[in-house]
Design a protein around this ligand. Sequence first.
Ligand SMILES: Nc1ncnc2c1ncn2[C@@H]1O[C@H](COP(=O)(O)OP(=O)(O)OP(=O)(O)O)[C@@H](O)[C@H]1O
Length: 436
Amino acid sequence: MIPSIFAAPRRFPAPREMPQPTYSCRINAEPIARYRPGGYHPICLGDTFKDGRYKILHKLGYGGFATVWAARDRSRQEYVALKVSAAEIHERSYELEVLSALAALNSKEPGARHIVQLVDHFLIQGPNGTHDCVVLEFLGPSVMDNNFLRLNNGRLPGQLAKSCIQQAFLALAHLHKHNIAHGDLHTHNLAFVVPSLHTLTEDEFIEKLGLPQIGFVARRDGRPLEPNLPPYLVQTTSYPAEVSLTRHQQIKLVDFGESFFTANAPSKVSTPLCLRPPEAFFGDRLDHRVDLWSAGCMVRSFELVVGKPPMNAFLTSRRSIVRQMLKTASDDLPQRWHWKWEFMDETWKGQRTENTFMEHLDDLYYDGKRNTDLMPVDVDKLGALVHRLLRFEPATRASALEILQDDWFVETRREPATKAPVQGFLQPEWFVETRT
Ligand SMILES: Nc1ncnc2c1ncn2[C@@H]1O[C@H](COP(=O)(O)OP(=O)(O)OP(=O)(O)O)[C@@H](O)[C@H]1O
């Protein structure tokens, strides 16, 4: 069978064939076209669900297959996130199944603390179909939130970055132990926990997230809107920087939209190209080890530590990504993929590519412009960790548990709590709770 990497490129219609948009909205939000049968459910601020239990207060974001809303859970007197999926993925995503399976474990393992909690779920029937709605505990901004990073020279403080890496591996170890893969690991899916938000009144909460900006939707031909569309779109909230600066240390893994049980693995993953594992490019069977490659890229890209985005993510092709993999992976391309790679890159004649990974690490980190609170020995250890993860052969990648047993983290756990570094970001109890 011809693998998908060789599929013909998608053809786009010439500009004059492009259908004219029928609707207008003067706000930067989700594409209006996704409000159609099979697409998003139209939601307005103040809407309530499940007999009035959940009241929509703000918009948290949207993705290819869902809109996510901040809501008040009037039964538990807490804020929650409502993720309302597009109707076409109803019964096609494992998100609810995986989150329910994790909730049913009721685990006290350290890794369970680093996975977003499922609060509730229900179905919504609307003009665009039947939508899954998962209710999640309310979390703060992602670790790569722009507001926070702007105040920190675009880089997480070193010890916080290290702590985020460790917490991400605790979450992965927990998932993998239960034969679950996250399938979409990247820094935007690691969110800070902000317990203080739950103490706010509704008005204070909305003020904290910023008053919602809305833009009315109109048909260009002046005719009335169909019921498939909301009367207005809401701009995604932007978290205030000071929330992150003073309070955050615990993080959780979110967005289980691409997760799967390893016994029932999909044939492809939707991870961004630059974090996608080689087995997904070369058509091998996928399992939880896809997360280990993505984790290696996430750490390797130094996005968490250096503050740089992953390797040439913009407008990149599969071929250029595999070429970068050849320079980065710590093992050779497995024999079984040679013929596929020769097909993709006719210039490749089986030669080894010089591994340049460690060369630029120090240069990138010690750029003379930003905070460099990690020691050179930390940077070396980080590099060594990445080498254990970025291996073409999935079976030879270090497991999440093995990574957690690495010297670098073991030393962290031995550090006296009073030495918890970096402007009070890391609180002593965190070290205690993650001690194994
Ligand atoms: N539990 C939560 N608490 C607070 N905000 C959340 C929560 N879950 C998601 N969000 C916000 O909503 C956004 C979209 O959520 P999520 O990534 O789960 O949706 P998605 O449709 O799967 O997105 P994508 O297609 O980009 O993967 C996130 O970037 C985050 O900002």
